[in-house]
Design a protein around this ligand. Structure first.
Ligand code: NAI
Length: 781
């Protein structure tokens, strides 16, 4: 045998990591666990087995939490919360730091336990999951330290219910727990039923760190326990990571409850390879994109799009690489692909692939172990955008692929999905990369790299991949609220009067849709009276069709989102100038509508507010995060898209402008529903828009019944977010109806806002008007 032949045939010998310490730890705990409540483990109770998916062996018994367990955990979290939040940030920082240190110290135990419980290769749990966990606690120790100085206007939400999946058990726990407790919240967390062991080890770490009792509570069990947390009355916020279908249920269940909500859901992320890409690197990237954690990754690059000219060569190399992947005992350090988490998930993957009749299937040549949950790395080529497997999340080691011809076609195919979590693109051409990255609908984009994560860079999606970000400064928004008490909104009644002749010279107000005045589809209007019963005019009553027309006009005005901040600022200044020219007329109108004397002040405040957002239009910048890779993560602020806003009665003109101005300043298009009882000021306002160079469709204004119109907006698939400042009780209705395409909502829950004061403008509005997209770009040495 020649040396060359020896090298070619040389195989890897097994190099298993010892499971002894982790198994001994389980035995030390009696191999049966209760819940971690108020700083103590409860006695184990009836429940279920936690199994090692690589060999089917039982690792421990877990308890299924009862309603009483959940109630006790919430109570513990509630009684600990005020004191925890009142600690100086530095004190909380020390606890987070202690947790980070302890996780680091026990990282080998954590890694082995994670691999035993979940089936992921030890190389991954050792080198990716656990290091990211302690990084997350270090990073958020810093956030706790800085909270007092950097977020002086924010405070904790209270008690957070957190429900996490099984694909990154400890990492998802860290993503949830670290920012929550850093900001002064307390938590009740439920790990996934397949993988609760590292969460229970983490509970022990909290005890060792001396974390005050009740700050972290962990209850185990299945989806029924998740539901108990979601429906618990004394929880202020739900944070969920898991499937889109459960996310949708949670959106519906929490609608109208006043609970804050963030959802990190599924994905079908595109992995786009252009013909000038470094092919070998792109193939190595695919190993990390779809075979990392057996493809059980929400942001897995599961849709491969290859440019036609290189497709044959690319697929041939990819198949060769697939054949080199080693599959087997996850504790073996030589293994690339471990076990699928559970037989249930293995069956889901198998059924989905077997039901497919499109394209050609290629399975890697690796030997499948005789026992355990294993599925071979699989490639399906020649699919079309309509193929089920190009649309459905498989959540397994199955790569679906098709080709494209031009960059424009790549973008079209990449965005042809109901999801929007992540995207990867490979090209050696920096111009092409920087042209394509902003066009991809996703919360995270990796350029010439894939599946990179860091505590400093927010992670999260758009569309049906959910809403909210975890990590970075933006992640803190999900665990804090503005300081100060709120006041309940009282609904004012419209003034009544005698039917009488309308002044023939007074123009009957219309709707404003697509840059044109439009009669309402139903032809109906309502009389609007002054306090003294005088008829002031008639306001149109819009119906669903009018809303649909307005949404269509807004959707068509896409070009606005690509304009520069400078141009948008100029237009906002111009609107202010034109409103100022008619200030007296608007002030008189507002006084007549509301029967008060605040018109002049309100118009002045509206002009100032337009200036505020003209100022912000080119200053609400993104960030360049210093992430620990050879590169940067550019946190870009992007417009949300089409926003529907229900405007307040408290300030009929100022309220409308307070919603419109931040939205259009950030590049969104809006459908504004005027105050239900004082609509005329808003309808007069379209005359100002008409003279201010606002492109058609960017601002649309309708009036009518808030409940009916809000429902149509919240239901509409082309609306990306709905805001409500309405005095009608419609927050729950909007949140419930938004579950369809999981659009973002921002509702007042029946609370009033001081529109003349600081609460009427600022960062909260800008945040609601933008999505953060983190674009990871290789940079420097
Ligand atoms: P799942 O969404 O059912 O489970 C995630 C977590 O939610 C678990 O802790 C579970 O106990 C809990 N849960 C289940 N039903 C609930 C309910 N009604 N209310 C509150 N909590 C509830 O995910 P599952 O069944 O484990 O996996 C099914 C599919 O979900 C996978 O094939 C995959 O497509 C997707 N998935 C996506 C994940 C992601 O990170 N985006 C993670 C896990 C699964």
């Amino acid at each position: 045998m020649t040396v060359k032949e020896i090298f070619e045939t040389m195989d890897y010998g097994p190099a298993p990591e010892s499971a002894a310490d982790a198994l001994a730890w389980l035995v030390d705990q009696g191999s049966a666990f209760g819940h971690f409540i108020n700083g103590k483990f409860t006695a184990p109770s009836e429940g279920f087995d936690s199994k090692n998916p690589a060999n089917g062996e039982t690792l421990a018994q877990l308890s299924q939490a009862t309603q009483t367990d959940v109630d006790t955990a919430v109570k513990a979290a509630r009684s600990a919360q005020k004191k925890w939040a009142a600690l100086p940030g530095h004190n909380r920082a020390r606890y987070l730091y202690a947790i980070a240190r302890l996780v680091q110290k026990h990282s080998r135990l954590f890694a082995v336990l994670e691999t035993l419980d979940n089936g992921k290769p030890i190389r991954e749990s050792r080198d990716i999951d656990i290091p990211l966990v302690h990084r997350h606690f270090y990073y958020h120790a810093g956030m706790a330290q800085l909270m007092d100085s950097e977020l002086p206007d924010r405070e904790a939400l209270g008690v957070c219910g957190q429900i996490i999946p099984w694909n990154f058990p400890l990492l998802m726990l860290a993503w949830k727990v670290a920012p929550a407790i850093a900001m002064g919240n307390t938590v009740v967390l439920k790990p996934a039923e397949y993988t609760s062991l590292t969460a229970l080890l983490f509970a022990d770490i909290c005890r060792q760190a001396g974390l005050p009792k009740g700050v972290v509570n962990i209850v185990t069990g299945d989806g029924a326990v998740g539901e108990m947390i979601v429906n618990h009355e004394d929880i202020d916020k739900i944070a969920f990571t898991g499937s889109t279908s459960v996310g949708r249920k949670i959106r519906e269940a929490t609608a109208g409850s006043g609970k804050a909500l963030t959802l990190e859901l599924g994905g079908k992320s595109p992995y786009v390879v252009f013909e000038d890409a470094d092919i070998d690197s792109a193939i190595e990237g695919l190993v990390d994109a779809i075979w990392f954690n057996q493809g059980q990754v929400c942001c897995a690059g599961s849709r491969l799009l290859v440019q036609e000219g290189i497709a044959d060569r690319f697929y041939a190399k990819l198949k060769a690489r697939m054949d080199g992947l080693r599959l087997g005992n996850p504790l073996d350090k030589c293994i690339d692909v471990g076990a699928i988490v559970d037989p249930v998930q293995l069956k889901t993957i198998t059924d989905l692939v077997e039901s497919n009749t499109d394209g050609e299937i290629y399975r890697a040549g690796a030997t499948i172990p005789a026992e355990g949950c294993f599925y071979p790395p699989t490639l399906i080529t020649g699919l079309s955008t309509a193929s089920k497997l190009m649309q459905e999340e498989i959540f397994g080691p199955v790569l679906c692929s098709m080709t494209f011809r031009t960059p424009a076609e790549a973008v079209e195919i990449a965005n042809n999905t109901r999801y929007g979590l992540a995207a990867t693109l490979w090209t050696e051409n920096v111009n092409l990369a920087l042209d394509i990255a902003p066009k991809l609908t996703a919360g995270v984009v990796w350029v010439n790299a894939t599946n990179l994560f860091d505590a400093a860079a927010g992670f999260g999606g758009v569309r049906e991949s959910g809403f909210g970000r975890e990590g970075g400064w933006e992640g803190l928004a999900a665990y804090t609220k503005p300081k100060g008490s709120t006041k309940a909104l009282t609904k004012a009644e419209p003034f009544m009067g005698e039917d009488g002749p309308v002044d023939p010279l007074d123009r009957t107000a219309k709707l404003y849709i697509g840059g044109k005045q439009a009669r309402p589809d139903g032809g109906y209007s309502q009389n609007i009276y002054a306090k003294n019963g005088k008829l002031l005019g008639q306001a149109p009553i819009a119906n669903r069709k009018d809303i649909r027309n307005a949404v269509e006009a807004a959707a068509g005005a896409k070009a606005w989102s690509k304009t520069t901040g400078h141009l948008r600022a100029q237009i906002l200044y111009y609107i202010a100038e034109n409103l100022s020219a008619r200030a007296e007329e608007f002030a008189t109108r507002i006084d007549a509508l509301t029967g008060k004397k605040g018109g002049t002040k309100e118009v002045e405040a509206a002009i100032s507010r337009l200036f505020t957002y003209a100022a912000w239009a080119d200053k609400y910048d993104g960030q360049a995060h210093g992430v620990p890779i050879r590169g940067v993560a550019l946190a870009m602020k992007e417009p949300v898209g089409v926003i529907g806003a229900m405007c307040p009665d408290e300030a009929p003109l100022l309220g409308l402008i307070s919603a419109m101005a931040p939205a259009i300043a950030m590049g969104n298009r809006v459908v504004l529903t005027a105050s239900e009882i004082y609509p005329l000021a808003a309808l007069d306002f379209y005359q100002v828009l008409e003279t201010s160079d606002v492109p058609a469709g960017v601002v649309n204004i309708v009036s009518g019944n808030h409940a009916e119109l809000a429902l149509t907006l919240a239901d509409h698939l082309n609306v990306d977010a709905v805001w409500s400042f309405s005095s009608s009780d419609i927050s729950g209705l909007i949140e419930g109806a938004s579950a369809g395409n999981l659009k973002r909502t921002w509702v007042n829950n029946g609370q009033s806002r001081d529109w003349m004061g600081a609460a009427g403008e600022g960062k909260a509005f800008l945040e609601a008007a933008t999505e953060v997209k983190n674009i990871w770009v290789p940079y420097g040495e």
